[in-house]
Design a protein around this ligand. Structure first.
Ligand code: AHR
Length: 316
């Protein structure tokens, strides 16, 4: 009820603004992955197509930069704020400030632990489900054989790192043949994915004791694939590789037999976000709390080269 009342006041305040060009501030996390680069590109494209004046701020992975950007957007009097939050906690005060200023905030791709009354809506996938899909793929693929898994986690404290870890564990629960033997963050980057995988390989008998890698994103998996090859092993067969995002490069790796499966996360979060904002600006329509995008599993049998071609020009 509080959310509705607050947003109704905001709607009245915004009334009439829909007729002129809207200004939207976008606080982006950074450019840690190919997926994130594509999300930035698509947000800029979507804004341009809709005649929205997008003010972009790159936080370079720092929450304090995001908070400063949001405060600056509030001071500029933007019509809405898009926020891809680097971590899940610590947003209450700044979201309250935006609400106080009657500026709707839409979360993109990651969640926060704040009360949902503090943002208009969130666009994203079911991050726990993504982890479950990856875990279920492994359960089915090893079919009862013993499998020691190493895990490259996303940025510590981010909702995808928390949820993808939990989802995977839920899927392998009760399958005693599968065990996560090492788990460490690779911060969603190729470089750290490679470095951490090198340490996993060293600690696990040169990689001989690893059956599978679960990476919370494709970029870390791609870095890890390089490490596996440099260790003289064959990624995709000596060590199974399953990850999340469905970026073009993982399809290339799949077409070469070096990666096995990925769960798609669409980088077009801005389309549904701007649709929700348009309706809200026009007549105060309240979107649902959460607008869910799809999560689809791709494997080597899904014509990876065709999937690569379909995505290569999308800004990844
Ligand atoms: O929040 C989504 C995650 O953030 C993507 O899976 C990852 O690539 C990114 O940087």
């Amino acid at each position: 009820m509080k959310r509705l009342l607050t947003m109704t006041v905001a709607t009245l305040a915004l009334g009439g603004a829909a007729a002129s060009a809207q200004t939207v501030g976008f606080s982006q996390i950074g450019s840690e992955s190919g997926w994130r680069a594509a999300e930035t590109t698509l947000t800029q494209q979507q804004a341009e197509e809709r005649g929205i004046d997008l003010r972009f701020s790159d936080a370079q992975q720092r929450q304090e930069n995001q908070i400063a950007a949001i405060r600056s957007f509030i001071a500029q009097g933007v019509d809405a704020i898009l926020l891809a939050p680097v971590v899940a906690t610590g947003w209450d005060s700044v979201l309250e400030e935006a609400q106080e200023a009657e500026i709707p905030v839409v979360l993109l791709d990651r969640m926060v632990d704040s009360d949902p009354s503090l943002y208009l809506t969130a666009v994203g996938s079911d991050l726990v489900h993504e982890g479950e899909v990856a875990g279920q793929w492994l359960v089915d693929t090893v079919a009862g054989e013993d499998c020691r898994v190493v895990e490259l986690q996303g940025t510590t404290g981010s909702s995808p790192a928390i949820d993808r870890a939990n989802g995977f564990r839920a899927a392998i629960e009760g399958h005693d043949n599968i065990e996560i033997v090492r788990s460490q963050t690779g911060n969603f980057t190729r470089t750290e994915g490679k470095e951490v995988m090198e340490s996993f390989l060293q600690a696990e008998n040169g990689g001989a004791d690893i059956c599978a890698l679960y990476a919370h994103n494709d970029d870390m998996a791609i870095g890890a694939i390089q490490a596996i090859e440099e260790a003289g092993l064959a990624p995709g067969s000596d060590i199974l590789v399953v990850s999340i995002d469905a970026v073009p490069d993982i399809f290339l790796a799949m077409s070469e037999g070096k990666a096995n499966a990925t769960v798609e996360l669409t980088p077009n979060m801005a389309g549904p976000a701007f649709d929700a904002l348009d309706a809200y600006w026009n007549d105060g329509t309240m979107p649902p709390n959460f607008i869910q995008t799809e999560s689809r599993l791709y494997t080597q049998s899904d014509d990876p080269m065709a999937e690569y071609e379909a995505r290569r020009d999308l800004g990844y």
